[in-house]
Design a binder for this molecule. Structure first.
Ligand SMILES: C[C@H](O)[C@H](O)[C@@H](O)C(=O)CO
Length: 492
C-alpha cells in the first residue's frame, strides 16, 4: 500500500487529503479543510500567501498524525496567479495579487500595443481573459518595476511547494495558464516576453508533472518530527488534476465540466487546436497530464452563487445556505429571467444580486422582484450556457457527444446537474466530487511508478468512486428548446 498527501487549493476553499492506494483502488481521508478567498488592502485584492503556508503546515501535521510514512506530497491550486520572491534572501517580495483585481483593465497599453490579442492566441492558443498572467505581469511591471529586479516568480502551486521544500521551479500545466507558453514546445514563449519588455531572468524553469521535486525542508522535518517526505510535481493546475480523474469511457469521444468556482467545459485532445473559430468562441489549450491538451472554455460557475450568497449573508438578518438557494430556485418560474453567465459585470467581487437584476433590466426582461428569481436565473442560464458551449465544442472538434462527465464540488448541486441534463437532452454523469485531489494523488502514484498511465489512473477512479447519472426529462428539455434562441441572443 502507498499513501500520498494532496493539497488541493481552490479560490474559495482548500483541503488536505490522504490517498491510500492498494490493489488498484484508492481511498481518501480528509485531514484538513480551510477557507480561502481575497484579502482587500489599500483598494487592491490579494491572496494571503503567508496564511496559506500555515494551512499547509497544519494540514501536514494532521496528516503525519494519521499516516507517519507518507510516500509523497503534491500541491494543486487555481491557475494564473504567482508570487514574487527575492533571489538572494528567498523571501516573498509582495503579497500575490488576486486574479479578480482590476489592475489588468488597461490591456491595450499594457499588452496589445506590443502584441495583438490575435497574435497572442495564434502563438499560445490561450483564450483571452484579462486575469491571465500575461496581463497581470504586464500591469505588475508598470506598477512595481522594482519587483522584477534580483527576483524570481513562481506560479501559485509551486510557490507553496517552495515553502515546503525550497525548489525554485514551476510545473508545466500551471504554466500553461499564463498565456505566455508555446503549447507545442511546452516552454516559455520568449518572443512574447521580450516584446512586453519583461526580464527573462525572473521566469522559473518549467518542469513536467508526475516528477519528483526534492523533499520537505530540514527545518520543517525538524519542526514536524518527520523524515524527508518527497515533494512531487503533479498536474498542479487544479483543472489539470480534475480532468486526469474524470472517469471517462476507455473509447469514444467524451466531454467534461470541472465544476467549482469556475466551470471549465471541454475535451481532452492530443495536440493544440487553434483557429479563428476557437479564438472567437474562447476555447483555450491548457496543458494536461501525459502530454495531452485540455481544450476548454472558462464559464463562471459557482462563483455566481457564492458571491450572491456572500452579499445576502452580509445584508440579510438570517444567513442563507446553498441548499436553501436550490429550494428557492425550485419554487421559482423557469426561465422567467436569463443572464449571460460570462458577462463582464460578474467578474469582480461585488453586489452580484443587484448586477443580475441590472442585467435583466438592461436586456428588457423587466424587473426581478424576489430572491428566488435571482437564483433561478443563475440555474437556467448556466444549464443553457453549458448546452451552447458544448455544441460549439462538438462543432469545432467535428464530433458528437452522448454523455457529459461533470466532476468537482459543483456536482453536489443536484438541481444544476439535472437542469444541465435537461438542457443537453443526454445523461450527465456526476462525480467524483473530489476529482481534483484524486487526480493530484494519482499523479503522485504515477511518479512513484505505482500507476502506469493516465488510462490506468482513470480505471482506478472508476473502480474506487461512485458517480451519479442524471437523465434528461423530455418535458423540461422541450421547454428549454423554446428558450434557447432568446438565451443565445442574451449570451452573445
Ligand atoms: C482563473 C481561474 O482560476 C482559472 O482560469 C481556472 O482554470 C481555474 O484555475 C479554476 O480553478
Amino acid at each position: 500500500m502507498s499513501s500520498f498527501l494532496a493539497f488541493d487549493l481552490g479560490a474559495s476553499s482548500g483541503r488536505a487529503m490522504i490517498g491510500r492506494l492498494e490493489n488498484g483502488r484508492l481511498s481518501l481521508t480528509e485531514v484538513h479543510r480551510f477557507a480561502n478567498g481575497p484579502t482587500e488592502k489599500d483598494g487592491a485584492i490579494y491572496w494571503d500567501y503567508p496564511q496559506l503556508c500555515l494551512e499547509l503546515k497544519n494540514g501536514l501535521r494532521k496528516a503525519l498524525a494519521v499516516e507517519p510514512e507518507l510516500d509523497g506530497i503534491g500541491i494543486d491550486t487555481w491557475g494564473v496567479d504567482y508570487v514574487f520572491f527575492d533571489k538572494a534572501t528567498g523571501k516573498m517580495r509582495r503579497w500575490p495579487y488576486h486574479y479578480r483585481d482590476v489592475r489588468t483593465d488597461s490591456p491595450e497599453t499594457d499588452v496589445w500595443n506590443k502584441i495583438s490579442k490575435q497574435e497572442l492566441y495564434e502563438r499560445t492558443g490561450i483564450q483571452c481573459m484579462l486575469l491571465n498572467t500575461v496581463y497581470q505581469l504586464a500591469a505588475h511591471h508598470r506598477m512595481h518595476p522594482e519587483d522584477f529586479k534580483d527576483s524570481f516568480f513562481l506560479t501559485m502551486p509551486d510557490a507553496l511547494a517552495y515553502y515546503l521544500g525550497g525548489e525554485r521551479t514551476s510545473e508545466y500545466t500551471e504554466c500553461s495558464t499564463t498565456n505566455l507558453l508555446d503549447p507545442v514546445g511546452k516552454e516559455w514563449d520568449w518572443e512574447i516576453i521580450d516584446r512586453l519588455g519583461l526580464p527573462r531572468d525572473v521566469f522559473p524553469e518549467i518542469v513536467k508533472p508526475c516528477t519528483f521535486s526534492g523533499t520537505l525542508s530540514e527545518e520543517l522535518q525538524k519542526e514536524l518530527g518527520c523524515g524527508p517526505v518527497p515533494i512531487i510535481k503533479v498536474g498542479s493546475h487544479d483543472t489539470a488534476s480534475a480532468v486526469a480523474a474524470v472517469p471517462a469511457p476507455e473509447s469514444g469521444s467524451w466531454a467534461y465540466i470541472s465544476a467549482g468556482t469556475w466551470a471549465l467545459l471541454g475535451a481532452e485532445i492530443e495536440k493544440p487546436f487553434r483557429n479563428a473559430d476557437s479564438e472567437k468562441n474562447s476555447f483555450t489549450n491548457e496543458g494536461g497530464l501525459d502530454g495531452k491538451i485540455r481544450f476548454l472554455s472558462n464559464i463562471m460557475g459557482s462563483w455566481l452563487f457564492q458571491e450572491t450568497r456572500r452579499v445576502w449573508n452580509e445584508t440579510k438578518p438570517t444567513p442563507v445556505s446553498f441548499a436553501e438557494m436550490e429550494q428557492m430556485a425550485l419554487s421559482s418560474e423557469p426561465c422567467r429571467f436569463l443572464i449571460n453567465p460570462n458577462d463582464a459585470s460578474f467578474v469582480t467581487p461585488g453586489d452580484m444580486p443587484q448586477r443580475i437584476i441590472d442585467f435583466c433590466e438592461r436586456t428588457g426582461q423587466g424587473k426581478i422582484t424576489n430572491d428566488g428569481e435571482v437564483v433561478r436565473a443563475i440555474y437556467d442560464s448556466l444549464a443553457l450556457y453549458f448546452r451552447t458551449k458544448l455544441n460549439v465544442l462538438a462543432q469545432l472538434l467535428g464530433t458528437r457527444y452522448q454523455c457529459l462527465n461533470v466532476v468537482g464540488g459543483g456536482t453536489k448541486d443536484g438541481l444544476l446537474m439535472q437542469l444541465t441534463a435537461d438542457a443537453l437532452n443526454f445523461p450527465v454523469v456526476a462525480g467524483p466530487v473530489e476529482a481534483t485531489a484524486i487526480g493530484n494523488l494519482l499523479a503522485q502514484a504515477m511518479a512513484a511508478g505505482k500507476v502506469g498511465s493516465l488510462a490506468e489512473a482513470r480505471r482506478v477512479v472508476n473502480s474506487s468512486f461512485e458517480v451519479k447519472t442524471y437523465v434528461p426529462d423530455a418535458a423540461r428539455h422541450a421547454f428549454y428548446n423554446s428558450q434557447i434562441e432568446r438565451f443565445e441572443k442574451l449570451a452573445k
